[in-house]
Design a protein around this ligand. Structure first.
Ligand code: GLN
Ligand code: ZN
Length: 764
């Protein structure tokens, strides 16, 4: 029999129950008992779901009130000293509130302290809490939660497989604090605790433990490769069976290393890396099981069961009982249950599978290759084949005009008419801006009044005309405030936008939106990515009337505001029937039309935001260039249709540019605004070293805090910038958009910023 299992299930609940209860707990609206009870109810219901679907084991250890990596940090006693938990750690009972304080700085009990850093988990949009590592740090088993959950599952009669971030991936995800040192120095002490954990699990009667080691799909230094061997030899003596789970890509140069690990099984990603399956099998030792991840855990498309069966049959012949089936990775990265999507049209629903549906796919596949199919399986098989056929042929997906336009793209289309040096003259003539021009990144406060108006409009309580009139009032207010503040390049403020991707997706053809397609982004925060299902076109202009209106209110050059093609792609579920690059170019062409229409409407400064450009980087450096090539080309395609005198801006809100500065320069935006205030302008070194040729607006204050930046401080920051970039190419602006702030903070902050620019003008 082929074993079917999953690497993890979404924990948020179909109705985001976990989000609601944790937020209520943080606010003090529900008790700890109520919080724990909801957690337990969710776990039980998820196990029930997995068992009812026919999986051979249920996944325990994938639940977390905040983050599964944080859970491991807590379990290892890696609680930074500022949280005052030494006592809890030494008694092996770190409190849940301590974990919440690590995650968000505060909790209903305990003294607030600076939260741990949070960052994206590999190339997903899921954020984990970065383990803090100190030289000489000691680890100890500091939480019993996992064992309690195992007990809970056993009591309820389930067969659990325990899942846990593996020791090396945990260290790999960690960052050293204080004195620099080699993280691997800590490995032995970490392994001591893992050994304890595995022994405890064995006494509870656990047979299989899955250790997630996605670090194995990345470029690992030699010392880390060797550490893998050392670590797993050490864990080999544990009285449980170990399944090392790899996902998000190919093992590549870690292939022989991984297959040589003395463990009982491996899981590999056969969706992202279909080519590696046979070579892994060639190297597997005769007792090892191979869990093949053939159902896509990162996307929402229905699996082609017939094709997968064909793919699996020869593997079954080679592996027999040693073949396991699973989704490619944890289902944490997809929405919970498609059956809730009663408002999505039936045709589209038929093409999709969310977490709940993916369980059925895995189970049916296992039975198909075992020749023990039930009538339900036969029905699923033929339904999948029919749906896939319909999807392939659907007129909603393929628009000949789109492929023709893509095929006709020439190298010229992604190049501006003249090089920057020439354009800048034309722009200076047209825009007549002072030295150190001031601007903002686009959004102004999304007030309760704005949100209430949008809710009323969506609920049908406010007419389209009334809603638009309300948004115009907001725009007029934002423009008036900017006039009063004396900003040189005002914006309309983005009042009309719910979200920077959703807003565009809703107006483009080829996008669909779910009602409950939530995916955990971090802690209690969930996002609902759009689904790009078909060729992308722009039926009508999207932003022109708003920008035109805003321009009519001022003599200053109004900056038009768009989300870039790479960011729209990156924050959506995308088609799996064509390369990402193709989808990205389609979005780029739709945006190009918008950019040209804005220009025609008299908007001569246009910003195309690409905050997600960097996070699209592949996990392997060898694949970076290919990605950057099409990402850069897409941006250029969207931007390059305008005349020299139209100034193109872009914005990115992260702080690592060193390794992609060449691509950033290749975007050839006339102006780039970036987040720098917290880096003390260090970030500009990359631009200086590269001799970055165009204009830069290094953010002079951090919009993530309510603090009002003072004038002197911003002048000092700009003086640091001036050591690296000449005055004629510097702009003055905040780090990012202001939508999360209130006007009471924004006005004095911008007034100070404008004053700082004035003082700089007097000196240079
Ligand atoms: N224009 C957007 C805004 O101001 C940019 C947001 C972002 O960088 N993520 O809000
Ligand atoms: Zn930003």
């Amino acid at each position: 029999m082929t074993v079917s299992h999953i690497l993890g299930y979404p924990r948020i609940g179909a109705q985001r129950e976990l989000k609601k209860v944790t937020e209520a707990y943080w606010k003090g609206d529900v008790t700890r008992e109520a919080l724990e009870a909801t957690g337990q109810a969710l776990r039980l219901s998820h196990w029930q779901t997995q068992q009812a679907a026919g999986l051979d084991m249920v996944s325990v250890g994938d639940f977390a009130f905040y983050d599964q990596v944080l859970n491991v940090s807590v379990m290892l006693g890696a609680v930074p000293a500022r949280f005052n938990a030494q006592q809890e750690v030494s008694t092996g009972s770190v409190d849940l509130d301590t974990a919440f304080r690590m995650a968000r700085g505060r909790a209903p009990s305990g003294t607030p302290a600076a939260a741990c850093e949070m960052t994206k988990y590999f190339d997903t949009n899921y954020h984990y809490l970065v383990p803090e590592l100190h030289k000489g740090q000691a680890f100890t088993l500091a939480s019993q939660r996992l064992f309690d959950e195992v007990e809970e599952a056993l009591q309820a009669g389930f067969t659990p497989k325990v899942t846990l971030t593996g020791p090396l991936t945990w260290l790999w995800l960690g960052k050293t604090k204080g004195q620099e040192f080699d993280r691997l120095e800590l490995l032995d002490s970490v392994l001591d605790v893992y050994s304890d954990i595995l022994s405890r699990l064995a006494t509870q009667g656990i047979e299989w433990v899955q250790l997630d080691e996605p670090a194995l799909v990345q470029d690992l230094p030699l010392a880390w490769q060797q550490a893998y061997e050392r670590a797993y030899h050490r864990l080999q003596s544990a009285p449980v069976k170990l399944l090392v789970a790899t996902y998000f890509g190919a093992l590549g140069d870690n292939l022989s290393l991984t297959t040589r690990l003395p463990v009982d099984g491996l899981h590999i990603d056969a969706v992202r890396a279909p080519g590696q399956v046979e070579s892994v099998i060639d190297r597997l030792s005769p007792h090892q099981v191979l869990s093949v991840g053939l159902v896509d855990g990162r996307n929402i498309w229905r699996a082609d069961l017939a094709a997968l069966r064909e793919r699996l049959l020869p593997l079954k012949v080679r592996l027999g009982q040693r073949l396991w089936l699973a989704p490619s990775c944890s289902l944490l990265h997809v929405p919970v249950d498609l059956r809730q999507e009663t408002e999505l049209d039936a045709e589209l629903v038929n093409w999709l599978a969310f977490a709940r549906q993916k369980l059925d796919e895995v189970v049916t596949l296992a039975r198909l290759i075992d020749n023990r199919t039930t009538p339900a399986d036969e029905q699923r098989l033929s339904a999948a084949t029919r749906a896939l056929d319909e999807r392939r042929e659907s007129a909603r997906i393929h628009q000949p005009a789109v492929s023709e336009r893509l095929a006709a793209i020439t190298a010229q289309d992604s190049q501006r008419q003249s090089p920057y040096a020439q354009r800048s003259h034309a722009q200076r003539r047209l825009l007549a801006l002072p030295l150190f021009p001031t601007t903002t990144i686009g959004s102004f406060p999304q007030t309760d009044a704005i949100r209430a108006a949008r809710r009323a409009f969506k609920a049908g309580e406010l007419s389209q005309a009334d809603y638009e009139a309300r948004m115009r009032e907001e725009i007029a207010y934002a423009v008036e405030r900017q006039e009063a503040l004396g900003l040189d390049v005002p914006v309309h403020g983005e009042a009309e936008r719910n979200d920077m991707v959703e807003y565009f997706g809703e107006q483009l053809d080829g996008f669909a939106f779910t009602r409950f397609g939530w995916v955990q982004s971090y802690g209690s925060r969930c996002v609902k990515p759009p689904i790009i299902f078909g060729d992308v076109t722009r039926p009508t202009p999207m932003t022109v009337r708003w920008s035109e209106y805003a321009q009519s209110l001022t003599q200053k050059p109004m900056k038009g505001m768009l989300t870039g093609p790479v960011t729209i792609l990156q924050w959506s579920f995308v088609r799996d029937d064509q390369p990402r690059a193709t989808t990205c170019r389609q979005i780029a062409l739709a945006l190009r039309d918008e950019v040209c229409d804005l220009e025609k409407a008299g908007i001569h400064v246009i910003q195309i935001d690409e905050p997600a450009l960097r996070e699209g980087l592949p996990l392997r450096q060898s694949e970076w260039q290919a990605y950057l090539d099409w990402a850069v080309e897409s941006f250029q395609l969207s931007a390059a249709g305008v005349s020299d005198s139209t100034q193109i801006h872009t914005h990115m809100c992260y702080s690592e540019f060193n390794d992609i500065i060449g691509a950033i320069a290749a975007l050839d935006a006339d102006v780039i605004t970036i987040e720098t205030s917290r880096s003390d302008m260090q970030l500009l070194n990359a631009f200086q070293d590269f001799a970055y040729p165009n204009e830069i607006g290094p953010g002079v204050y951090d919009i993530h805090t309510p603090n009002i930046p003072d004038i002197e401080w911003m002048v000092t920051l700009m003086e640091k910038a001036l050591e690296k970039i000449p005055a004629e190419r510097l702009w003055v602006n905040p780090d990012c958009g202001l939508k999360t702030r209130g006007w009471a903070e924004v006005e004095p902050a911008l007034a100070n910023m404008v004053e700082a620019a004035h003082q700089l003008r007097q000196r240079y």
